[in-house]
Design a protein around this ligand. Structure first.
Ligand SMILES: [Zn+2]
Ligand SMILES: [Zn+2]
Length: 149
C-alpha cells in the first residue's frame, strides 16, 4: 500500500465509524484530497472530478466537504472570501503561501505550540487553536522571475 492508500483506508474507517454513508462521490472527493495534498478549493476538486461524475455539481462537492469537515477529516482554511481551501492534513502544522501562484506548502514547527500555554497564562483565555501563515514566493515562481530579467 502506498502512503496515500493507507491514509485513504484510515479515512474510510473514520467515515464508517461516524456512521456517514460512503457514496462514490464522497469517496472520490476524499481520495482526491488525500492523493494531491495540495489544499484545493471546492472548485479545483469539482474540475478534477467532473469527468468521472458528469452529474456532480460544485454544491455537491461543498456538501461532501462539509460532511468530511464535521467528522474531522478535513480542515477548511477560510480567507474571508469564497476561496476556502481544504486541507486533509489534520495534524498540527503551518502554511507557507505563495503570493504569485497561490500554492500552499505545509511545514511543522513544534516549538510554536508553547505559544498556546504562554498566551493562556498572559490573557486568562482558554486557547482552542491557532493558525499561522507565512507569505512569499515559491521556488517555481522565483525561477520564472529570474528568467524575466
Ligand atoms: Zn508560486
Ligand atoms: Zn496544510
Amino acid at each position: 500500500m502506498t502512503v496515500s492508500e493507507k491514509r485513504l483506508s484510515k479515512a474510510i474507517d473514520t467515515l464508517k465509524e461516524s456512521g456517514v454513508r460512503i457514496t462514490p462521490q464522497r469517496h472520490a472527493v476524499l481520495e482526491y484530497l488525500l492523493t494531491t495534498m495540495n489544499h484545493p478549493t471546492a472548485d479545483d476538486i469539482y474540475k478534477a472530478l467532473e469527468g468521472k461524475f458528469p452529474n456532480m455539481s460544485v454544491a455537491t462537492v461543498y456538501n461532501n466537504l462539509r460532511v468530511l469537515r464535521e467528522i474531522g477529516l478535513v480542515r477548511e482554511l477560510t480567507y474571508g472570501d469564497a476561496s476556502s481551501r481544504f486541507d486533509c492534513n489534520t495534524t498540527e502544522h503551518y502554511h507557507m503561501i505563495c503570493d504569485s501562484c497561490g500554492k500552499i506548502v505545509d511545514f511543522h514547527y513544534p516549538s510554536l505550540e508553547e505559544v498556546e500555554s504562554l498566551a493562556e497564562q498572559v490573557t486568562g483565555f482558554e486557547v482552542s487553536h491557532h493558525r499561522l501563515e507565512l507569505y512569499g514566493k515559491c521556488e517555481d515562481c522565483q525561477k520564472v522571475e529570474t528568467k524575466k530579467h
